[in-house]
Design a protein around this ligand. Sequence first.
Ligand SMILES: Cc1ncc(COP(=O)(O)O)c(C=O)c1O
Length: 284
Amino acid sequence: MSRVAYVDGRYVPHSLAVVHIEDRGYQFADGVYEVLAVVNGHIIDEEPHLVRLARSLSQLRIVQPVSDAALKIVMRETIRRNRVDDGIVYLQVTRGVAPRDHAFPRLAKPVLVVTARRKRAIDPRIADDGVAVITIPDIRWRRCDIKSVALLPNVLGKQLAKEAGAYEAWQVDQEDCVTEGTSTNAWIVTAEGTVVTRQAGNAILNGIVRLAVLDIVRRENYSLVERPFTVREAKAASEAFLTSTTLDLLPVVRIDGEPVGSGMPGPLSRKLRDCYLVHTAAAG
Ligand SMILES: Cc1ncc(COP(=O)(O)O)c(C=O)c1O
């Protein structure tokens, strides 16, 4: 089946979908994006994604090129044209095309690109076995709350993880505290059973799955603290896990080669994963 992309007002064959060489996303990473999960043809947690998109755009003073209502139509149409039942929809907004100059161009029109693809369903064995993470210095800028397409440190970090035989790299700030993964939020469960994840702020992307899992943790009445945690604390934790739109919730069983807790996915991680899957199934 041939794929279709939405590029700046048109649906075009994916293989022919192009943007201009002076698109500021290409030259300056001057743009933002969202990745939304599609389950049974339905978009999961669309509203919080749109809220985050609007926030990222406003922080960079990029005008949203189409209304939320139009964006919803474009996403649905892109999903339909690509026959995605379970997968992801990717949307990106850049400041637009203009002669290369660092300062904002006066006349550029923001460019919207939307793609959708079948995917998601990660091998259930990965969730059953849990994954390994390594820790690396967080070399990113101080506005990680903006979902910008400037992902080079994240790319380098994920590659380091891959080369180390790990699934993800947890980035660590100058206080030796974990900020987040390269494309995931980081969580631990202390020996006392308290769920800990770093509070929203400039140091992390406030993940949409993070928000959904926080709701579940509160609803189920587990003890919860949003605060930074050190690498040492993570290694001594009874459980650890990561969250993201593409991975849902995955138990972390090794950090820098050292087992977390029993070295097997912990009961709370499993329970929260199950609850999160119920949440996505209900929406789908
Ligand atoms: C740096 C970073 N942190 C966290 C996340 C998880 O965010 P979400 O739950 O919205 O997918 C992502 C997702 O891409 C990310 O890139």
